[in-house]
Design a protein around this ligand. Structure first.
Ligand code: NDP
Ligand code: ZN
Length: 186
């Protein structure tokens, strides 16, 4: 419990001035949701993996360094966060492509963490989408999630099933919206 609260405390401090892309939600809601889904849906009780979930976006989205994580939380947590951190010096399209390509090469625990991350981001896309994303961009994001998920298979069946349901909802969500609008306009 102490280890989890320490990770939560550091993550909250690191993300304290940030919001998610809906422009409203405090950033820390997302790492908390990822740890919660890992535990509740994925049945994960591995403390280092849950700490890594709470800290998973600190290196990518704040000034936190891998050495800092290693110093405070040990090399296991730092390595897990490193496995789910994009290299932001690369162009965005390349980063998205690399995520698809590298998914299958990750350790099993990093795959499980990535599955929970995708689940939470898709749930956000359905419930609290970025307001400036048109339908095409939401659809492209769902398609990209499906491609990344393909490389994560076999690591945690309950999380994979949960992600599949969210992907289906993401696909239907946009189809439903467009077909409803079509029906309303004809
Ligand atoms: P982004 O990578 O720009 O944004 C998605 C990421 O933002 C998530 O993976 C998540 O990452 C984070 N995030 C923060 N808040 C939310 C939220 N409320 N809902 C969901 N995610 C959130 O998306 P993509 O580049 O994948 O964009 C989707 C598609 O649109 C792509 O296929 C791309 O090609 C295309 N695109 C279009 C652009 C345009 O202007 N039309 C520009 C760029 C891309 P984390 O967990 O790390 O915080
Ligand atoms: Zn994330």
């Amino acid at each position: 419990m102490e280890a989890l609260l320490r990770a939560l405390h550091v993550a909250a401090e690191k993300h304290r001035l940030q919001k998610r892309k809906d422009g409203i939600t405090p950033y820390i809601n997302h790492p908390i949701a990822v740890a919660e889904v890992l535990c509740r849906v994925g049945g994960v009780s591995d403390t280092a993996l849950l700490q890594a979930a709470l800290l998973h976006d600190t290196v990518e989205d704040t000034q936190t360094t891998p050495d800092e994580l290693k110093h405070h939380f040990g090399s296991e947590v730092a390595a897990l966060v490193g496995e789910v951190t994009d290299d932001k010096t690369l162009p965005k399209a390349e980063r998205k492509r690399l995520q698809i390509e590298s998914a299958a090469k990750k350790s099993t625990r990093a795959k499980v963490l990535k599955l929970a991350d995708l689940c939470c981001n898709l749930a956000d896309l359905l419930e609290n989408p970025p307001p400036d994303w048109p339908r095409e961009r939401r659809q492209a994001y769902v398609t990209w999630c499906r491609q990344v998920a393909a490389g994560l298979r076999g690591s945690n069946p309950p999380l994979e099933a949960h992600l599949d349901r969210l992907i289906r909802r993401g696909e239907c969500f946009d189809t439903d919206t467009s077909s409803r609008l079509f029906a309303e306009n004809t």
